[in-house]
Write a protein that binds this ligand. Sequence first.
Ligand code: SAM
Length: 220
Amino acid sequence: MASEEELRRRWKERVEALVRERIIKSEVVKEAFLKYPRYLFVQKRYQKYAHVDEPLPIPGGQTISAPHMVAIMLELAELRPGMNVLEVGTGSGWNAALIAELVKTDVYTIERIPELVEFARKNLERAGAKHVHVIPGDGTKGFPPEAPYDRIIVTAGAPRVPEPLVEQLNPGGKLLIPVGSYHLWQDLYVVEKTENGEILKKRWGGVAFVPLIGEHGWKE
Ligand code: SAM
């Protein structure tokens, strides 16, 4: 088993590689990655692989995303302190911890698999991440009690953009969401609600996520 020191050293190397590759572009994202290493959000047996730039298994047959994918989405989201953010697809809780570090305020994250709600809560506590509220439920319906949001970040692949998520965006707000096929590829979209309520959709490029399952997503 790799020591904590070894895990941290390998993680730091991964972060430095992402900076060299210009995937991590901002100092704040780099600092957040160093503060919350991915090995704190996987089961013990996967910790030695946490620095590898690939998704890893988490309970419930789901995955924790690859470091480059998480960095790409966080840079695209342009998170700033004070923003109200909803994440759909808590999984391990890692991305939510990073988001909270960037916005420095409460973050809401929804997960449909109860086992993962518990897994994420434990990981977040162990990592010392504050301000993250893990909510059990179907995130395709958004989370109306805390809406509207400046950013909504969906970390599972949808068949189409769920209408409730667009409705729950603030003017000037952005929704990041992979849209495409169930098993294979999706396109990552940045959906912006302009100040006058116009909806603009920009395609970033190809990604591969597990399916977004729910009322406004894929059927179970
Ligand atoms: N963001 C996660 C992390 O940092 O570990 C990785 C997310 S994983 C790729 C996608 C997650 O979305 C899975 O945990 C899955 O159960 C969840 N999911 C799928 N459909 C959902 C829905 N309708 N509402 C909430 N979570 C959903």
